[in-house]
Design a protein around this ligand. Sequence first.
Ligand SMILES: [Zn+2]
Ligand SMILES: [Zn+2]
Length: 152
Amino acid sequence: MPSTALLIPRLRANYPQFAFEQAEDFLWSPSEHTVYYTADDATGHGFLLHELSHGLLNHADYSHDIELITMERDAWDKALELAEEYKVTIDDDLIQSTLDTYRDWLHARSTCPQCEAIGLQIKKRVYACPACRHTWRVNEARICALRRSTVL
Ligand SMILES: [Zn+2]
Ligand SMILES: [Zn+2]
């Protein structure tokens, strides 16, 4: 199985429209057209192809949190296609646990802090509770920034 480091030259050659830069974390930056990767992660090739997929799918901004989950799922679907092409395996547990993180995140931010009913997102960073009419603000979340900690 090729390591992340071995994949990078091939990806650079095949996707000259993107930059690939080593960093502390895996991340797709839409503004910089850059895939950031860590070289020595055992599951790195999966995340690397995932971040590249965000780029290939033109994932940038979103207005509703649920769209972020759709983007994440689509990026994994695309990553699985790329994995066949590049002869790497992406563990399904990795995909499911990453998607679970997003589902937990969405559940946490959409839960009304006053009565625990599920709120509706009425603006990019504002939710409203249909039960008690409380509204609350949430922090901005970036694509793929939720992997290591649950951010509200
Ligand atoms: Zn409420
Ligand atoms: Zn992602």
